[in-house]
Structure formats: structure tokens, C-alpha cells
Design a protein around this ligand. Structure first.
Ligand code: ATP
Length: 248
């Protein structure tokens, strides 16, 4: 079942460079307390959808030319990324993006930049992040650039958590990671969802793992949602099995 709707993407179109139509009317919604997966192959438009939500398309010469995006009923299309963070929405970009020359702990602390509460509260959240990611605690004094891909992915999620988000847009967390580590990260995502109440919109090419952890999924093909449903139903769907799970 689906709770109160936080994020609502309504029939958006995205065009790059004024001519390349990449999203051709995408609609989806993210309920409070859910893990929602956005699935599809390479180039289907997952990253574009997340960037449209967090208003990060401009630097790529992309724009939303149709449709609307709301969060708790408020239009969010014109908000700057930092305004959006204050609203409770933060994106963890594909390919990790930690500051390589800062330590893990310094990276985490940069995530608290939009907060106005004091050092004690921030310290407390740092401990919260370490409780979910014990590996980050062990590596807290290491320069991020010298940590493993998995640790950098954890660092990026941890840094997002430091803004106390209500919703995290997580782009391709499994990318480039060994299967064991992918499971570890998804288990932490599930824990954060269950214990901290963080809602997730998760873009993933790895349909198999995403549908085991998500509650609901949307499948994008060529800039359109071609199917959506409860994760358990999608896992049993014949087309999904054949085209996305490699079974037939
Ligand atoms: P991936 O898993 O590779 O990130 P994706 O589903 O996230 O795939 P997008 O990155 O959103 O897909 O890309 C969707 C389409 O938009 C692709 O055909 C891509 O080539 C095109 N595209 C992405 N960024 C730009 C850009 N800045 N200018 C022009 N076309 C772009």
C-alpha cells in the first residue's frame, strides 16, 4: 500500500540542446516512507528524470518543457538545489562525487551545510551516519580519494543524510560495485528507510536487486514509463522476467 504522496512528477518532457527530446511524458509518484525504483536500461532516461526533479538540468543544456513536478503539493521546478535540500529532497549523483582531497569525515560534514541547528546536533547525526555505515567510521580520517568505490558510495549517501533529508534521490548506487557490496548498500538503504523513515527514489539498471528492496517500481524505456506496479508484482511479471531479469 502507498502512503501520503511526497513527490509527484506529472507528464514531464525534457529536451536537451533545444532539440533532443529525451523524456516524452514521464509521470511517477513517491510516497512517504517508500522505496520507489526507477528502472530501465542504459539511456532510458533515469538520470534525466532525477536531474529534472532536483533542477540540475541547466548545466547540461536540458530543460523541462512540459508537465509539472511537485513536492508536498508545492511546485519545485524553480528551486535551486540548496532550496530543495531545505525542502527535504537531496540527490546522490551517479558515480559518487565525494571530495577526493577531504577525509571521509570532512566529506560527511559538508553535507550539513544547509542546516541552521548547532554543532551538537550535527555531531549527533554524524554518529547516526556512522551507526549505519561502520566502515565509514573506521575510515573517517582517510582521504576519500584513497577509499574504495563502495566506501565512496557510502560516503555520498552518508553526506546526503547529514542534511536530514525526507527524500533521497539515489542514482545508480550499484554502479561499478561487486555484488556483495551492492547487497550491503541496499541493506543499509532498507534500514534507513525502516528506521529513519527516509523515502527513496532509486534509479537502477540492476532490476534484480532493485526489485528485491523497493516497494514499487516504474520501468522506463526510451523516455516513457512502460510499466509500473508493486515490486512483488513486477518481479513475477513475464515481460519483466524476460527482458529485465534475464529469465524466460
Ligand atoms: P544511464 O544509466 O546511462 O545513466 P539513464 O537511463 O540514466 O542511463 P539518461 O542519462 O537520462 O539515461 O539519458 C537519456 C538519454 O538522454 C540518452 O539517450 C542520452 O544520450 C541523452 N542525454 C543525456 N544527457 C544529455 C545531454 N546533456 N545532451 C544531450 N543528450 C543527453
Amino acid at each position: 500500500q502507498r502512503g501520503e504522496t511526497l513527490l509527484e512528477v506529472n507528464n514531464i518532457e525534457v529536451i536537451y540542446n533545444h532539440v533532443i527530446l529525451v523524456l516524452k511524458g514521464v509521470s511517477l509518484s513517491v510516497p512517504k516512507g517508500g522505496i520507489t525504483a526507477l528502472l530501465g536500461g542504459n539511456g532510458a532516461g533515469k538520470t534525466t528524470t532525477l536531474k529534472a526533479i532536483s533542477n540540475l538540468l541547466q548545466s547540461e543544456r536540458g530543460e523541462v518543457t512540459k508537465g509539472s513536478i511537485t513536492y508536498r503539493g508545492q511546485k519545485i521546478q524553480d528551486r535551486s538545489p540548496s532550496d530543495l535540500v531545505r525542502t527535504g529532497v537531496i540527490q546522490v549523483m551517479e558515480g559518487r562525487h565525494c571530495f577526493e582531497h577531504l577525509t571521509i569525515e570532512e566529506n560527511l560534514l559538508t553535507g550539513a551545510y544547509t542546516r541552521r541547528d548547532g554543532a551538537a546536533a550535527i555531531r549527533q547525526d554524524l554518529e547516526m551516519v556512522y551507526s549505519y555505515f561502520p566502515r565509514l567510521k573506521e575510515r573517517r580520517r582517510s582521504q576519500a580519494g584513497y577509499t574504495s568505490g563502495g566506501e565512496q558510495q557510502m560516503c555520498a549517501i552518508g553526506r546526503a543524510l547529514m542534511s536530514r533529508p525526507e527524500t533521497i534521490l539515489l542514482d545508480e548506487p550499484s554502479m561499478g560495485l561487486a555484488p556483495q557490496l551492492v547487497e550491503e548498500i541496499f541493506e543499509i538503504v532498507r534500514d534507513l528507510n525502516e528506521k529513519e523513515g527516509v523515502s527513496f527514489l532509486l534509479a537502477e539498471q540492476n532490476t534484480n536487486v532493485a526489485l528485491r528492496y523497493a516497494h514499487y517500481g516504474y520501468i522506463l524505456e526510451n523516455g516513457r514509463v512502460v510499466m509500473d506496479g508493486a515490486a512483488a508484482e513486477l518481479r513475477e511479471n513475464q515481460d519483466v522476467k524476460e527482458f529485465y531479469l534475464g529469465m524466460s
